[in-house]
Design a binder for this molecule. Structure first.
Ligand SMILES: Cc1ncc(COP(=O)(O)O)c(C=O)c1O
Length: 468
């Protein structure tokens, strides 16, 4: 019988799964004792593994050992409990299993006709996200690879809806704390950088409404077409949430599109406190939310929801004779018709399976826990002599710095962060607010609990003591 090496038999498949599974389980079980970051020699190591196209195969066990023993450990431990840097990505295990199933069965969900039931499962996920945001009938959306892609799709949709094809005078308004993926999206959508007006923020890092109104009026007087206001539902720097309700009112009055970047923060609407902080999010025309941040999913899982799904379709709909007919019924969705992508992974299963296994409640509880942990950490920081809270937590990020008379505070705080991270029990990152370098703690991982926060505070105290 002819053997085709790319097609393993049943025994080989099982063996592959076992070999990978054994290593994965051990890896995940030891995440808490692995260093929060382990990249000291990682760049050197990366240089040593550059190689030409392999002509011959190698044993899978050897390759898996290389991955798990050499390549994977030399990283930021992004799924570990001590990763309090940037915006952490936990990566729940059930989502990984869903991914394995999705890629193993390799069904095509880009067009509805190719796998109607599976496309519907993904469409259900989008519906649930619409529900979470507070959208009603007529809303819709799409799962993406992340917040950057979602911002881009939202911007293209808004551009088409508000400006049509002649958009060179269209101007957009954002707070100066907006994530850079918005400016990038604007550039990719064909706007010159100057068409994105960055408005100053207040002492809580929220966009200043007065300055925003003035900028819009000034631009109208000068013949521009203000067409979009983008609010932040959780900035990456400090977790600041703009006054979404007020921005919605202003956008309404000015007949502008109201977009909300909730890549980090929008899922907090599941909690009581988050709902209060994010009041007005349901009034947005489009909302970005990232399951790979605050729904603890693996990287590559983003989402965009829009209040009027028709506008998403209008911006992306095209057809070609070699494609199957798109669905005519409003509730049956061809993802290719409402997004830039045609062929793509079945990313919906990654969200569908965990939500069906657990329901939403454990997610809500974990988000509440993150809010509690951040508040606890803030109170502990306040007790450390010389530590100043620069940004009180509005969600699950707190920014702080160490202040010492006559010191170069930026250098001091970079040194502080480096010392905290040296212990490798936690990894923190900083940001620059105005001209001040500040250290931030971002609590998002589903694996971060009180024991790790205690370690974080202990390590900060030790680092401060060294630098005193
Ligand atoms: C507020 C905000 N928007 C957008 C993004 C971009 O998301 P992604 O990295 O998934 O492309 C991020 C990433 O951290 C973010 O924090």
């Amino acid at each position: 019988m002819t053997r085709y090496p790319l097609e393993p038999d049943a025994q080989e498949m099982q063996q592959l799964i076992d070999e990978a599974g054994r290593r994965i389980v051990e890896h995940i079980q030891t995440l808490p004792s692995q260093p929060a970051a382990n990249v000291d020699d990682a760049t050197e190591f990366a240089r040593t593994i550059i190689e030409p196209l392999p002509q011959k195969g190698e044993p899978v066990e050897k390759l898996l050992d290389f991955l798990f023993d050499e390549a994977i450990p030399r990283s930021f431990n992004t799924p570990g409990p001590g990763y309090l840097a940037y915006i952490p990505g936990g990566g729940i295990f059930h989502a990984a299993v869903a991914d394995f199933i999705a890629t193993a069965v390799n069904r095509y969900v880009g067009v509805f006709a190719a796998a109607p039931a599976l496309a519907q499962l993904e469409a259900n996920v989008v519906r649930w996200f619409c529900e979470i945001v507070g959208y009603g009938k007529g809303s819709g959306g799409v799962l993406t690879t992340g917040g950057s892609m979602s911002n881009f799709i939202a911007l293209v949709t808004a551009r088409k809806a508000q400006l049509g094809d002649d958009f060179s005078r269209g101007t957009m308004y954002v707070g100066n704390q907006i994530h850079y993926s918005f400016q990038k999206a604007a550039s990719l959508a064909g706007f010159p950088p100057a068409n994105v007006r960055e408005i100053d923020s207040d002492e809580d890092f929220r966009v200043r409404l007065g300055a925003l109104e003035e900028a819009i009026a000034r631009d109208r007087a000068e013949g521009f077409t203000p067409f979009l206001i983008a609010g932040s539902a959780g900035t990456v720097g400090t977790g600041a949430v703009d006054d979404l309700d007020a921005l919605a009112r202003l956008a309404d009055r000015e007949n502008m599109w109201f977009h909300v970047d909730g890549a980090y923060g929008a899922f907090f609407v599941l909690t009581q406190r988050g709902r209060e902080t994010l009041r007005g999010i349901e009034r947005a025309d489009s909302v970005v939310l990232d399951p790979h941040k605050t729904l603890f999913h693996p990287y590559g899982t983003g989402a965009l929801v829009v209040k009027n799904a028709e506008q998403l379709r209008a911006a992306h709909s095209m057809h070609a004779s070699y494609l199957p007919q798109f669905q005519q019924e409003e509730q049956l969705i061809d993802f290719a018709e409402i997004s830039p992508e045609l062929s793509r992974d079945f990313r919906g299963l990654r969200v569908w399976l965990p939500l069906k296994i657990f329901g939403i409640e454990p997610f809500r509880q974990l988000l509440d826990e993150k809010l509690d942990l951040t508040r606890w950490a803030t109170e502990e920081l306040r007790k450390i002599d010389g530590i100043e809270i620069v940004a009180e937590p509005q969600l699950s990020i707190v920014a702080f710095r160490f202040v010492k008379p006559a010191a170069d505070l930026n250098a001091l705080n970079r040194a502080l962060m480096e010392r905290i991270n040296r212990g490798k029990r936690v990894m923190l990152t900083g940001t620059v607010l105005g001209t001040e370098f500040v250290v931030r703690i971002c609590v998002v991982s589903h694996r971060t609990h009180m024991d790790r926060m205690q370690m974080c505070i202990d390590d900060i105290k030790a680092a401060v003591a060294e630098l005193r």
